[in-house]
Design a protein around this ligand. Sequence first.
Ligand code: SF4
Length: 676
Amino acid sequence: MQLYCESLTEYKRLPTKEVKIGDLLLGNFNPIRIQTMTTTDTMDTLATVEQSIRCIEAGAELVRITAPSKKEAENLLNIKNELRRRGYHTPLVADIHFTPNAAEIAARIVEKVRVNPGNYVDKKKFELIEYSDADYAEEIDRIVDRFTPLIRICKEYGTAMRIGTNHGSLSDRIMSRYGDTPMGMVESAMEFLRIARNERYHNIVLSMKSSNPQVMVQAYRLLIKSMFDEFGECYPLHLGVTEAGDGEDGRIKSAIGIGTLLEDGLGDTIRVSLTEDPELEIPVCKDIVKRYTQSTEKPQSYLPASPVIHLRNSPFDYKRRETFAVNNIGEHHVPVVIADLTKLQSITSKDLQSVGYTYDAKTDKWTIADTAADYIFTGHTVLDFDLPGTLKVIVYPAAWMMAEDKTKYFPIFDDMGYVKSDVKSDELNFVMIDCSKDDTSDLGYLDSFANDPSVVLCLSSTNKNAMQSVRRFFNELIDRNIKNPAVLIVDSSWHTADEHLIHFATEAGALLLDGMGDGVCLDMTSTVYSTFDANVSGRRYSSPVGESRTAAEQFINNTAFSILQATRTRISKTEYISCPSCGRTLFDLQETTAKIRSVTNHLKGVKIAIMGCIVNGPGEMADADFGYVGSGPGKITLYKGKEIVKRNVPSEIAVEELINLLKENDVWIEQQVLIS
Ligand code: SF4
């Protein structure tokens, strides 16, 4: 095994132990299982049964139900019996936080229990206490005493267990020794896993969730390495990004985190946590998983398993690949977005609205959105109107020769085309490289332009293992000490908006999370743009430009910015961390999230958490700047970071109070537009 996965050049599942959940087998090369969690009150048997059925009929292979106390745990029996009476035998999972007594009841009823090692025994107080080795060992003994009875019940009843670590709810003990790091998350689970193994109980699945895909990916990789190092074997993995939010952003964040791991063959079951009805999570799960089970129209060539490569950047830490800057690309610049407009028959100033530039003929001014593309690619076309100040154009060499303003237009070549061309820009040339080739020893041509200060590389691959082949090429660049910036060219041959979204997020996100890529350019080859239906999971794409022919460009442009935001490589909008809701939720999360978004979505870079309950919300809102947390029926508590600043605010005025809080902390700005 190389560090954390079976292969870095092709999709290859990681072998794991096999876990039995009722009649369902998980891990050990069984299909990647799809699951979700109900949002109803667990005491409302009928509502929970009916929602579970909607999830099962949508395709859920496991349904999780919260059991916050003994009475909900006991009611799982009624829910299970009613489901079985209606002919549904899908395994049920009890979700436990804080309450071992509820877990011990649930483990006798349902097929699986999920415990959070951050709060199963420990009560989090957000105190950074110094633990001596003796104190620490004493705490572990306390966990053994409290956790062992549950293990014994699970063994007796054949119940499976998930040890589910959350980045936001690590115990004070773990925080004091490791901080809220991926290593802290891993150790939190390993403590529980060691206890279970000592009891010879192995029916275990593990998860390492975070709302930050980068932290989540690093934690899963470290967990695998830790399990192999310590036990020589790996337990199945449940993948998920917590509090991902809703709509396109929620889907993109989830696809980046889950997809990055699946690309490397890691993951045996997935849950996409959206602030939407749980049955809507299932089609997203299916779209993510089918990439590994269905063939696409992509050429079916595979990278050979050898030569074996090793990652030059550590997969456990983020480090951006070192580059020099060419114009505004590379080095310390945020990754650029290039919009490919070559599918438009003719390009007018109005078309640029789809990529963030709105022209007002009356004032002869451009309004520039936060998510305005940095470059457009127009192929053979030189535009016949003046461009907004911040926008530049990439064209083929013949068109570049015709363009008058060489400060605005830059040529793009294929690799040998650049080597042979007599005419080049002094400032910026784009050079396309196909990374699909099997043989990395045949890259001598790179020497012709390696470290040429005017060259930006554009890396693409038509290989079945496209991400892996581009990653391998990045390794080559690092090995050869080539520091030209590189743009990721990602093409999707899928069909629906959801499929494209997941494809882009997975392929580009996996590289960006590992510090590879100084820009992105997305394209949907198989899609006719003029008939493109920009619906994401049945929801109309959020900001139509009015012209259906440019909806595809707008969809792609927004997707590119959302991927950069989710990988935290370029922040261009407000970030929302909203929990998916569950039986503990104290207000209508979907409606409230929409309301808060509508008044704060211009606060670029501010992270706002919207959490359904005070029991888990504060712990799980991770690194949010501000929190809006349900603290009782009709009551909201507002947080600045982890600190309570307004307690039990009536919900009717809570959004207003949140705005006041943002103003008091100088992060509120009135809506404004950039004019060129
Ligand atoms: S934070 Fe949200 S999902 Fe988590 S327990 Fe509370 S209400 Fe449920």
